[in-house]
Design a protein around this ligand. Sequence first.
Ligand SMILES: Nc1nc(=O)c2c([nH]1)NC[C@@H]1CN(c3ccc(C(=O)N[C@@H](CCC(=O)O)C(=O)O)cc3)C=[N+]21
Length: 294
Amino acid sequence: MAQILDGLKVSKEVKAEIKEEVQKILANKRRAPHLVAILVGNNGASKAYVNSKVKDCEEVGFSSSLIKFPSTVAESELLEKIEELNRSKDVDGFIVQLPLPKQIDQEKIIMAIDPRKDVDGFHPENFGKMALEMDTFLPATPFGILTLLERYNIETKGKNCVIIGRSRIVGKPMSILMGRKDFPGNSTVTLTHSYTEHIEEYTKEADIVITALGDPYFLKAEMIKEGAVIIDVGITRVDDDSEKGYHLAGDVDFDSCAEKASWITPVPGGVGPMTRAMLMKNTIIAYKTSVYND
Ligand SMILES: Nc1nc(=O)c2c([nH]1)NC[C@@H]1CN(c3ccc(C(=O)N[C@@H](CCC(=O)O)C(=O)O)cc3)C=[N+]21
């Protein structure tokens, strides 16, 4: 029976450490770190995530601002706001919640963010630095997974790590990070995706499987090796008759996989809360390295 990689618990530890740092900052009569989130449109899940980021900021003692635009916003208006935040001396970091409406070129928006304030770690400059193992903001979800592996002391060196999904915010950066030269890296990485044939032939050989697909219950016990470490990044809202009207489903068939794995992340309470905690971590890193705070 697998042990749980408890993202909720570790996220609370990470946030408590950040809160302590903020208290020291305030004791030195400096302003608190400030995170800004931009939300475009009315998507239920996006609203929920952004609201939880504001809540996390309160919890660790950051200032936060939420800037909302209608889904019809012009790209130019969004770019103007980004320029303003880039210049603002009291904003340490900001994020533009994805996905964006179709009329907006996502790459153009990400490129406009000052890399020093890009606490999502999505800007190509930061992605490149990450790939070259230079100091930079790591994207929050991969950073959260690394932190979980680190805090539970999961051996990654020399292990076969299979990643499912090659998105720019999870699969692709994760594939780079698991192969890097320090802990928790040094894995032999296989990046699988929608064109991978016979995916189970890869997952069956994996010591570590990281799924980032958004396909509920995709990974079944028959597809994994005895003793594997299973990291479930998928969080899909599945409609049901409950009061909320939906429940959250991971990419992993948890009940069957938990009998075979050595370690496994739950959904909810696994990678999701870690993602949120690492955004706070990146924000305090931005604050500390900010040219305005030296
Ligand atoms: N610019 C940008 N940055 C992001 O980091 C970003 C984004 N856009 N767009 C959407 C994805 C998704 N994402 C999640 C964060 C936390 C949970 C989370 O806390 N999940 C809880 C459950 C929350 C619930 O009840 O819905 C859990 O897994 O326990 C999930 C998903 C960040 N994203």
